[in-house]
Write a protein of this length. Structure first.
Length: 321
């Protein structure tokens, strides 16, 4: 069969192969891209080989030395990103002309945000999906650092998460404040200790799971100098496991810990004085062209949280023009 080389005309088959290559480049290899693409490693390899033949260049090296883009592959990847940005702009223009939003909303949220039940986020997702049925919604939950990274590298258009540090490449709008109390499990030596005896020195003799660097509280500077962080948990579920083990103390949202408290498996320690607050933000990448889908969702989300907080509409952040 005669191979048809690329001559500047993009066919539907080319877009499919480019999408596969884009995912492989983003994930850093064929194996890592399997879940994203829903294809086997061998099928992905065949698609990339077909694209290399079509373009007449070697896009990547793979083998025992690991996966890496060639110089030509890096140039093609940059061109692919520009192509998809142009397609997004085209879709936005068609959406404006037709009065209907289409495309994909990719949203990453911090793990266990569903703890807050019927939250503004839940209500906005329902309203957005009802208003814009042609928009495909892709949502994932992850630890805060992963949400931040997903927005930075373009895997997520929007993130909702606590932010442990200011990142110049991100646009941030505060949404709500989360309160955290220090909890211990029933197996921990402090479980039966009265609050009056829970001084900073007494608590400081026990191991504590790390907290976000952005967490703060009115008494935190006093307590912090007595505490030693002895473990790290990548998610709130992992933190709860450490607490239930009886070996560690750690901070949790009271609503999240409530079920274990009712069962007598956890207890908040000196909650009147020993608490922290986190601020949740909506995150988007600064300088990127978000598109109408992201603009609409972000505006609805900010407005809904502002309404719940009792902020008058005139003071709430407005949808970008």
């Amino acid at each position: 069969m005669t191979t048809v080389f690329f001559r500047g005309q993009i066919a539907e088959a080319d877009l499919r192969l480019l999408r596969v290559f884009r995912a492989v480049a983003e994930k850093g290899g064929f194996t890592a891209a399997e879940v994203t693409l829903g294809k086997s490693k061998s099928a992905i390899s065949a698609d990339v080989a077909a694209l290399e033949t079509r373009l007449g260049v070697t896009l990547c090296t793979r083998g025992r030395g690991g996966f890496a883009l060639t110089a030509e592959g890096a140039q093609v990847r940059e061109a692919v990103e520009q192509l998809y940005a142009d397609l997004d702009r085209f879709r936005d223009r068609v959406s404006q002309a037709s009065g209907r939003l289409t495309g994909t909303l990719t949203l990453h949220v911090t793990d266990n945000i569903v703890t807050y039940g019927d939250s503004p986020l839940v209500r906005v997702l329902g309203r957005f999906a009802e208003r814009h049925p042609e928009v495909f919604i892709r949502i994932a939950s992850a630890p805060a650092s992963d949400v931040e990274q997903a927005v930075l590298d373009g895997r997520a258009a929007v993130g909702v998460s606590v932010l442990p540090r200011l990142v110049p490449a991100l646009d941030l709008v505060p949404l709500f404040t989360e309160t955290l109390h220090l909890f211990c499990g029933a197996r921990h030596p402090l479980f039966a200790t009265p609050d009056a005896a829970l001084t900073p020195e007494a608590i400081g003799r026990h191991r504590i799971v790390e907290v976000s660097a952005g967490a703060t509280g009115p008494f935190w500077p006093i307590w912090r100098e007595h505490l030693t962080f002895s473990a790290h948990a990548g998610s709130i579920d992992a933190r709860a496991i450490l607490l239930l083990s009886g070996a560690f103390l750690g901070f949790l949202p009271p609503a999240y810990a409530e079920a274990w408290v009712r069962q007598g498996l956890m207890r908040a320690l000196n909650p009147e004085r020993l608490f922290l607050t986190n601020i949740f933000h909506v995150l988007t990448r600064r300088g990127a062209s978000p598109g109408l889908v992201v603009d609409e969702f972000k505006a609805l989300l900010i407005a809904e949280f502002a309404t719940e907080a009792g902020i008058p509409p005139d003071f709430a952040p407005h949808r970008p023009g």
